[in-house]
Design a protein around this ligand. Sequence first.
Ligand code: C2E
Ligand code: MG
Ligand code: MG
Ligand code: MG
Length: 286
Amino acid sequence: ADIAMYYAKRAGGNTYQYFSGKMTEAAFRRHTMENHLRKAIERNELELHYQPIFNIAIGKFCGVEALLRWDNHELGKVTPIEFIPLAEETGLIVKIGEWVLRQACIKIKNWGNQGILLSRMAVNVSAMQLLHKGFASQVTAILKETGLDPGILELELTESALISDEDSVLEALHDLKKIGVQLAIDDFGTGYSSLSRLKNFPIDRLKIDRNFIQDIEDSSDRGAIAVAIIAMAEGMEMKVTAEGVETDVQLSFLRNKHCDEIQGYLMSRPLPSALIDEFLIKNLRI
Ligand code: C2E
Ligand code: MG
Ligand code: MG
Ligand code: MG
């Protein structure tokens, strides 16, 4: 039913005809973008960047998050903030998401072969992918194909993915846990998932949204929400990662509060393939 809803948004069919004559600039860009996005994989326009994740207690880099980049000959670089929602609305995210998962798994498998040992590859997954019937078997196939240990793969879901029909979501999450992958909630604190529902879900990690990390320095209540999320994660036996850490002040605050991991420009920006290799070789001291 959720998938049907996504496709229903597209009903009305031919966007071009609908807008013809007086197509607005925004609609035109969207239309152009959709046409290019359809061909982005075959034209080799997609690329993954990787942002290192640092374990504070151990004092070591433990993993990376894969972040999608799109560079199109006509549109130039398009941010995921713009093209991911379009990919979701058009259903293209299912194919694109599969490509992302495969590339990310191949990358960390290759690192392992070179002695670059990380315990996690985090990959963003849209609600539409999660609720797509073939998703769990897609994940299984890619893990088998790449020979990657399932426990190394962590799928990042947003709270909004979890507010769809509870039974379908639970079923999808349990199917994934059966495979052995880790599950995280991304941008935690910005959505509307109630705590009572959250405890029903087999979630391994919360990623604190970067707005709450900024509060550590900017707001009068000094990161109260970040602190509450860390305490809650501990109480629910989940791990916790702070996103968007940019300063030493934020880092020491989070260390004092026993946050497990941090990710952010302070440690590194997301890096393209060759640069992340260099970064890891230098920083893992192999
Ligand atoms: P996200 O998953 O929450 O990823 C973190 C975003 O914060 C990334 O933006 C990253 O570049 C940025 N970031 C990291 N550290 C810092 C920092 O210290 N300061 C600031 N200001 N920003 C920081 P990016 O790469 O533009 O991605 C935006 C969003 O697009 C992601 O947010 C994610 O929701 C979505 N996305 C990216 N790649 C994929 C993908 O492969 N599949 C899906 N479904 N969504 C994706
Ligand atoms: Mg993420
Ligand atoms: Mg996030
Ligand atoms: Mg996000």
